[in-house]
Design a protein around this ligand. Structure first.
Ligand code: ARG
Length: 470
C-alpha cells in the first residue's frame, strides 16, 4: 500500500514510512515559501552546530571542516537561487541539508546529530528576529528624531489644543508634535525589551528533551551572538513569547502611527489648513484637478489594521498548545514577517511625510478662538483667592454673556468683567493672549517655553536610553 511519493522525493524523516506524502498534505506541510528568507540564519546556525559537535567529539576536525566548507558553498547556491519556487523541499532546513549532502556526500548527514528541526527552526527565527528588531528600532528612532526636529522648527507657533475635537486650550505646535513622539519612545523601549527576550538560544534543546552529546551550549550561544541559553528544552522549542511581544509592539506602533496619521489627515483638510504635506507625500485625483490627498497618512492608518490583525493571529496560534513542540508553531512566522515588513515600509514613509510637512502659521493662529482662554480667566480669579468652582462659574457666565451679545470673549469690557467679579483688574486683559496662556503653564510636562525645552532634552535622553543598537 501507499502511493509513490508524488512531490519532493526528499524529506528529512522518510525512514519509517513506506508510502509517500499525498499532494494535498504536501501543500499543507510546506513552509518553504515563508521560511525561505531564513536561509542565512539556518546556514549560520548549522555552521555553529557543526563547531559544537566538533567540540563535543561527535565530528572529527576534518569532518567539521568539510561540513563548514559545504555549508559555505550551499550559501553561495542559495544566494544565487531565484527563490523558493525552484525547490521542491518542505522547508528551508530541508533545503540546506539536502544541498549540503549533495555537495559533500554522506558526511553531510552527520550535521543533524543531536539536533532537531524544532530547536533549529526556533534558533534561526530568533537570529532573524534580533536583526529585525534592531532594524525596526533604528527606523523608529529616526521617525522620533524627525518629529522632534519638526517640533523645533515650529518654535513659536501656538495652536488650538483639542479635547473631544473641540477647541480646549492653546498649546505650542511643538507640544502637539512631541505628544506624538512620546508614544513612539515607549514603543522603542518595548522593542528593546523584546530584543532582550529574543536573545536566548534554543539550540541544544533537540526535539524537546535536550541533546545527548556534550555540546557546550554556552559556547554555542557565544558563537551565535546570544547572551543566554534557554533553561528548559521543552520550553525552548515551544517558546514564541518574544515573537508575540514583537507583534504586539508592532501593533501598538501601528496604533500610534495611525493616530498621528489621523492628525495629519484632519489638519491638512481645507477646513483646518494647519498642515501642508510635501508634494512627494501627497497624491492627486484622476478626476478632480484641485485635490491634494494625504494618502501617506491614510495608508498608514489603514496598515494599522493588518498590524493589529497579526497580533490576534499569533496569539491564537499559541493559545491551547500542549507542552513540548507542536506543528502549529510553523504558523508563527508569517505574522512576524508581515508586521516587520509592514513597519519597514510605513516608518520611513511617515518619517518622510513629517520632514516634508509645513505648518501653516497663518491658518493655525487664525483658528485660535479667545474662548479657549476662559480657563485662564477662571485661573486668574483663583490666583486672587476665589475658589475654582466659583471662578469656573463666573468665567462660564462671561462666555455666555459674550456669546449672547454676539461678541468674542476678549471683546468684553472691564466693567462687564468686574460685574462678573470685582477681582478682575485691567491686567486681566493680558489673559487674552494665547502666548501668555501657554507661558503660564510652566510645570514639568507643561506648555511654557522652558517646559517644552526640558521636554526636548528628556526625549533625546529617553531615545538614547532605549536604543537597540548593539
Ligand atoms: N518547518 C518547521 C517550522 O517552520 C519546522 C519543522 C519541524 N517539523 C517537525 N515535524 N517537527 O517550524
Amino acid at each position: 500500500m501507499g502511493s509513490p511519493r508524488e512531490g519532493s522525493g526528499h524529506t528529512l524523516w522518510g525512514g519509517r514510512f513506506e508510502g509517500g506524502l499525498s499532494r494535498e498534505m504536501e501543500a499543507l506541510n510546506r513552509s518553504l515559501d515563508v521560511d525561505w528568507r531564513l536561509w542565512r540564519q539556518d546556514v549560520r546556525g548549522s555552521r555553529a552546530w557543526a563547531r559544537g559537535l566538533e567540540r563535543a567529539g561527535i565530528l572529527s576536525a576534518a569532518e567539521a571542516a568539510q561540513i563548514d566548507d559545504g555549508l559555505c558553498r550551499v550559501a553561495g547556491m542559495l544566494e544565487a537561487a531565484p527563490g523558493p519556487g525552484a525547490f521542491p523541499d518542505e522547508d528551508i532546513h530541508t533545503v540546506v541539508e539536502r544541498l549540503l549532502t549533495e555537495t559533500i556526500g554522506p558526511v553531510g548527514g552527520k550535521l543533524h546529530s543531536g539536533r532537531s528541526r524544532n530547536d533549529q527552526a526556533a534558533t534561526g527565527f530568533r537570529l532573524w528576529g534580533k536583526d529585525a528588531v534592531q532594524g525596526l528600532g533604528r527606523e523608529l528612532a529616526t521617525l522620533i528624531e524627525a518629529i522632534a526636529a519638526k517640533a523645533r522648527e515650529t518654535a513659536g507657533i501656538v495652536m488650538p489644543g483639542y479635547t473631544h475635537l473641540q477647541q480646549a486650550q492653546p498649546v505650542p505646535a511643538a507640544h502637539w508634535l512631541l505628544s506624538r513622539a512620546w508614544p513612539l519612545v515607549r514603543d522603542l523601549e518595548h522593542l528593546r525589551a523584546v530584543l532582550g527576550e529574543c536573545d536566548v538560544l534554543p539550540l541544544g534543546s533537540g526535539a524537546l528533551a535536550g541533546c545527548p552529546f556534550e555540546v557546550d551550549r554556552e559556547a554555542l550561544a557565544a558563537d551565535l551572538g546570544f547572551s543566554r541559553v534557554c533553561e528548559n528544552s521543552m520550553d525552548g522549542v515551544g517558546d514564541r513569547d518574544w515573537a508575540a511581544r514583537l507583534v504586539f509592539g508592532a501593533a501598538m506602533t501601528g496604533v500610534h502611527l495611525s493616530q498621528l496619521a489621523e492628525d495629519l489627515v484632519l489638519f491638512s483638510t481645507s477646513e483646518f489648513g494647519f498642515v501642508r504635506l510635501g508634494d512627494g507625500f501627497t497624491t492627486g485625483s484622476s478626476l478632480m484637478p484641485q485635490k491634494r490627498n494625504p494618502d501617506v497618512a491614510e495608508l498608514t492608518r489603514g496598515k494599522s489594521g493588518r498590524l493589529v490583525g497579526n497580533l490576534t493571529r499569533i496569539l491564537t496560534v499559541l493559545k491551547g498548545l500542549p507542552a513540548g513542540y507542536n506543528r502549529d508553531l510553523q504558523e508563527d512566522k508569517e505574522a512576524v514577517f508581515d508586521s516587520v515588513d509592514t513597519l519597514a515600509v510605513v516608518l520611513p514613509a511617515m518619517t518622510g511625510a513629517v520632514r516634508s510637512m509645513e505648518l501653516v502659521r497663518a491658518r493655525i493662529e487664525k483658528a485660535l478662538r479667545p474662548e479657549m482662554l476662559a480657563t485662564d480667566l477662571a485661573d486668574h480669579l483663583v490666583r486672587r483667592g476665589v475658589p475654582f468652582r466659583e471662578s469656573h462659574d463666573i468665567a462660564g457666565a462671561l462666555v455666555r454673556a459674550a456669546e449672547e451679545s454676539g461678541r468674542e470673549l476678549s471683546a468684553l469690557t472691564l466693567a462687564e468683567m468686574q460685574a462678573g467679579h470685582p477681582e478682575f483688574g485691567p491686567e486681566g486683559f493680558d489673559l487674552f493672549d494665547p502666548r501668555a496662556s501657554v507661558e503660564s503653564r510652566a510645570v514639568r510636562g507643561g506648555t511654557s517655553a522652558r517646559a517644552v525645552e526640558a521636554q526636548f532634552a528628556a526625549l533625546e535622553e529617553a531615545v538614547a536610553r532605549a536604543s537597540v543598537d548593539p
